[in-house]
Design a protein around this ligand. Sequence first.
Ligand code: PLP
Length: 418
Amino acid sequence: MTYVYPKNVETMKRAAKVIPCGVYGHLGPGEGCMIPSSAYPFFVSRAKGSEMWDVDGNHFIDYMCGYGPNVTGYCDEDVDRAALEQIKLGNCTTLPSHIMVDFAELLTSTVHKDWAFFAKNGGDVTSFAVMVSRYYTGKKKIIFVNNYYHGVAPWTQKPDTPGTLIDDCKHALYVDFNDVEGLKKVIAENKDDIACFISTPYMHGNFIDNVLPAEGYWQAVRKLCTENNIVLIVDDIRTGFRLSLEGSDTYFGFEADLICFCKALANGYNVSALCGKEFLRGAVSAIPYTGSYWMSAVPFAAGIANINKLKANNACEHFEKMGTRLNNGVMKTAKELGVDLRISGAPALFYWRINDELGNFLLHQEWIAECVKRGVFLTNHHNHFINLSLTPALVDKTIEICSEAMQVMVNNHPELYK
Ligand SMILES: Cc1ncc(COP(=O)(O)O)c(C=O)c1O
């Protein structure tokens, strides 16, 4: 018996009447990332640890982790206790709580940076990083890495995105990940005009196999940025606190000038942070940039408890171990069934893709849909995440479900799998 979703569909119908798209962005089916949509639930009723239950009562082991924020486990008791204690003391107050300073001290010492600036979403701090670079250098161009995602602000969009002006993108330059020669060329062609290079620590773009940095890549980028007065921005919003608690620049052996954190910072309590080096402190201080909730105390309290818990439990080792166990188990099934499964990225945020001889995505979508209908929540276009509450028993159950789903996909295609 596979899952059915009558209450999910009914709720989506209500949602579509009062909310454009029902569930907008990548959390809903509107962007085409949940295909066929009949395989997916749309609304959660509750979540705990690594598990969630939808409004029909279907149970899932969840590997999307809220697209990253669930890092310690849904409803983690230590993080929630810290947040609840802070709620009693005040959250969005006229002056910020002193706990903001405690959080900034913990964060800067953890990620080896000189200061921290807090906001709410990842896009708040990637946007600020670009503003700071432009103000500091007096230059305007931004080097992006193809297949990037840094949020939804106009400067991150492509000219053909509805609502974006060609002018919004006119200072954008593009290079490929791991392409040092391409980067040199772009710098040479735009000499004295480039404010910043912005990139995730490795390429985890959607719908594509993820790419880790080649040996020496980041060190070469660092050198080129320093030589050409280009601010080096690392967007660690997705990878932060999953590869290393010390920042992914440290993990890959170089030092970013600015680093952006968000998702795993406070286990789902809403806070993001831009952290940076001393020489940019003045530029950050000079730019008027703030928001109504950016200094709310509850997420700071949650963030402190979250980072301390990740440290106390050697979280990144756990992510690596669980991710490797899962990847090995699923790869074993794929080999037995003759399925060309590609696993990419780091085990803590792996990406799976079934390679299709025809070069399309249909077999992969079909397999992921069969996994979801049996209780493993994944999406087909985006990397998956491991969190601290994930146990070997849940991983083994996941392997069992994903293997059964793969067998179903294979049986559906005798023309491909003899
Ligand atoms: C690498 C990266 N940068 C930036 C963002 C934007 O973060 P937010 O959606 O919190 O604005 C995301 C969100 O998924 C991301 O993965």
